[in-house]
Design a protein around this ligand. Structure first.
Ligand SMILES: [Zn+2]
Length: 281
């Protein structure tokens, strides 16, 4: 746990998944990426799904909710969805919280490993997992999620969008904003359209939960960009901008998908920006 302004910040384990190592590193040869992230016999690397829990007085805010439990078995196998370590509900219970206690859910974007957990199956039908929470998604991302391109269709599971679509718990946002005191949503459009990242600032420090702009510490080098990204050159420009700012202002960058590292600070090395420090949360 860390304190950031008025927030108590926790990082919750919402399970693991295994994704194709080549897809996770785009044009980078396996000879390079496999040094940082060894792959299994199906060429997959292990990734975490780490959810931010922010407590602010009566508010209990989640940022992303993991993949959830509504996967068809075939996809569960392909993506190696793994809840042996933890489920999001178990992790919430460790903080004496139940799904009903969550007041707000910020979804960085609607890819299945970030928002699948927003829906759960009860008696054969899907409903909202966090029934009392307002769910925040960028309007541009929501529109895209409902009608993705042929390239990224596999990253969205239409069924899991339905409970939110049919509820009055969805709030689509028109762009960057200060959603709660000191909590800003920043936009990125390279990985997908309207990916919102969370920046929390107090008088002395800044926390940045960057979602899939940079999923693991191994993605700090600029060309290490996922093959999943729909506009990789946009990701490149965004990485340059945010990593430079993060370096200059000593941001604590939280990594959603890194199984080993919760958060990092950056430094300027001889040739490029590098990891300066690994920080547990
Ligand atoms: Zn994604």
């Amino acid at each position: 746990m860390i304190r950031m302004g008025p927030y108590s910040v926790y990082l919750l384990d919402a399970g693991r998944l295994w994704l194709d190592g080549g897809a996770m590193f785009g044009v980078v040869p396996k000879a390079l990426w496999s040094q940082a992230k060894p792959s299994d016999e199906r060429n997959r690397i292990e990734l975490s799904m780490k959810v931010l829990l922010l407590c602010l007085e009566d508010r209990k805010i989640l940022v992303d909710v993991g993949a959830g439990h509504t996967f068809p078995p075939k996809l569960e196998d392909i993506y190696g969805i793994d809840y042996r370590h933890a489920t999001l509900k178990q992790s919430l219970a460790e903080h004496r919280l139940q799904a009903e206690d969550i007041t707000d859910v910020i979804l960085t974007h609607c890819h299945f490993d970030h928002m699948g957990g927003a829906a759960e199956r009860v008696n054969g039908s899907l409903r909202l997992t966090f029934p009392n929470a307002t769910h925040y998604v960028q309007a541009s991302q929501w529109k895209w999620a409902l009608n993705p391109s042929e390239k990224d269709r596999g990253s969205f599971i239409a069924d899991t969008l339905e409970p939110l679509k049919q509820s009055d718990r969805l709030k689509t946002l028109p762009g960057e904003c200060e959603l709660f005191p000191g909590l800003h949503l920043l936009l990125s459009n390279g990985h997908t359209v309207g990916l919102q990242m969370v920046k929390i600032q107090d008088s002395t420090s800044t926390l940045f939960y960057c979602g899939d702009l940079m999923p693991t510490a191994a993605h700090v080098p600029l060309p290490y960009i996922m093959g999943y990204d729909i506009y990789p050159l946009t990701t490149l420009e965004e990485k340059k901008r945010y990593l430079n700012q993060a370096c200059e202002e000593n941001w604590l960058i939280v990594l959603e998908h890194d199984t080993e590292v919760d958060a990092i600070r950056l430094k300027r090395g001889a040739k490029r920006i590098e990891v300066a420090e690994k920080v547990p949360i």
